[in-house]
Design a protein around this ligand. Structure first.
Ligand SMILES: [Zn+2]
Length: 441
């Protein structure tokens, strides 16, 4: 099903490719005017259409009607390229053909004129995986490529490409697709297939695909294979192992209540469910953003959120438990924490720390408020006295000093844990500086 659906809706013309407007325009015109470059470099994240565009270009220059702006997709050449058995279009997977021997063989091949088509097109996918020796062997050919030859390198990591090759190529950077673009495409496919769907379900797949139309299509196929002829949000969550709105509601309640025990249990539950942590964190950040919108705009926020009445009501109630400042800080902390959590040796434990931090955030902010309230006003009340060294110092009452010490050690413990949260770290540093300042006077 996955391959069927993906293959069925793989774009066969420049105009069918999602996004990448200017790249399509330039390549289509080059094919039409028969002014194609001999070396192309297509870079961009996975699943954004690099190889698809390379194949379309290969067809456009070899179509029996060529030069054309779009391949006809009906002639023998076009059909054969689509099937992948046209002798003059050679696709190489850089990941499995890294060696210099493969390249030597290729170098001999490219000097032979095309067998059936007008151009020999060599598409090298994951080209950054080629070995250094392989690149060097290619370089000579790329310096003066035969007139009948077009090289197309596709890569997700252009920075790993030798500069000598980049400088000899026309480099096109493919953009990640927006969630909206992917959503539109999925809805088009579902309508074509005559499958009913909930738009929340489509949005979820589009979000999860994270800019890659290929991922979106394979996720869609995966869900359709297991669902009952209709695409429902609840099923998408179930099949893709995603956490639902109810669990986020619970989590936010627990954070508001500072219920660390239940937070711990929830984290353990997530661990047992084997959830997709990266996606969970993206969703979690999105929830804070939604909460921010609700706090600022109340019901008006639904113009952006498009939630049903019940869900809107639940979250409008939820938002009352958090101050705007706290929501804003939490949103930022989650956004900034994502990467470090995923890189951690035990990401789930790291997630637990993040959740504990969010739960205790209010307390930390209150700590700062306490200090603010006792520093400027009470400092003035205390008498400056002369001590042995002759310096003048303010003397605090014992309880205040005790309070400082207590808070200081509390902060120290937190500080170690919170190093990965830049915002909190900033707050702590500021607080530490303030303490020092007060003590020195
Ligand atoms: Zn054709």
């Amino acid at each position: 099903m996955t391959t069927q659906l993906t293959a069925k809706y793989r774009p066969q013309k420049f105009s069918e490719v999602i996004g990448q407007e200017y790249i399509k325009k330039i390549l289509s015109r080059a094919a039409q005017e028969d002014r194609v470059a001999h070396v192309y470099l297509f870079s961009g994240t996975r699943g954004v259409g690099k190889t698809t565009v390379a194949r379309i270009l290969a067809k456009a220059v070899n179509c029996e009607d060529a030069p054309v702006s779009e391949p006809c997709n009906n002639c023998t050449h076009c059909k054969s390229i689509t099937k992948g058995n046209f002798p003059d279009v050679i696709e190489i997977d850089g990941a499995s053909h890294t060696g210099v021997d493969n390249v030597r063989k290729l170098r001999e091949d490219v000097f032979l004129p095309p067998i059936s088509g007008r151009y020999k097109v060599i598409i090298i996918d994951e080209a950054h995986m080629l070995s250094k020796a392989a690149f060097n062997a290619l370089l000579k050919t790329l310096e003066e490529p035969p007139k009948h030859c077009i090289f197309i390198f596709a890569t997700t990591e252009p920075e790993r490409f030798p500069i000598t090759i980049v400088s000899r190529s026309q480099h096109y950077v493919f953009n990640s697709l927006s969630q909206y673009q992917i959503q539109q495409h999925l809805e088009y496919v579902l309508n074509q297939e005559g499958i009913k769907f909930e738009s929340q379900a489509v949005q979820l797949i589009a979000r999860r695909a994270d800019g890659s139309v290929r991922d979106a299509m394979s996720l869609l196929a995966q869900v359709l294979a297991l669902s009952d002829g209709e695409l429902l949000e609840v099923e998408v969550r179930q099949i893709l192992g995603l956490v639902g709105d109810e669990l986020f509601q619970k989590l936010f309640e627990l954070i508001a209540k500072q219920d660390l025990v239940e937070i711990h249990k929830t984290v353990e539950y997530l661990r047992e469910q084997g959830l997709d942590l990266g996606f969970f964190l993206r969703e979690f950040a999105l929830y804070w953003r939604n909460l921010f919108l609700l706090a600022k705009l109340r019901g008006e926020a639904n113009k952006i959120l498009n939630w049903d009445e019940t869900r809107l009501k639940i979250w409008l109630n939820m938002v009352q438990q958090f101050s705007l400042a706290r929501i804003h800080a939490s949103w930022q902390i989650v956004l900034e924490g994502q990467r470090s959590i995923l890189k951690n040796i035990d990401p789930v434990l790291s997630l637990e720390l993040l959740l504990f931090n969010l739960a205790c955030l209010a307390e930390l902010v209150n700590v700062e408020d306490d200090i603010n309230s006792i520093t400027p006003s009470k400092k003035k009340q205390s008498e400056p006295v002369t001590i042995a060294s002759g310096e003048k110092k303010n003397v605090f009452s014992q309880p205040i000093i005790q309070k400082f010490e207590k808070e200081k050690s509390k902060i120290k413990n937190f500080k170690d844990e919170l190093k990965k949260q830049p915002l909190i770290k900033g707050l702590m540093d500021e607080f530490g500086a303030m303490l020092l300042h007060v003590k020195q006077k």
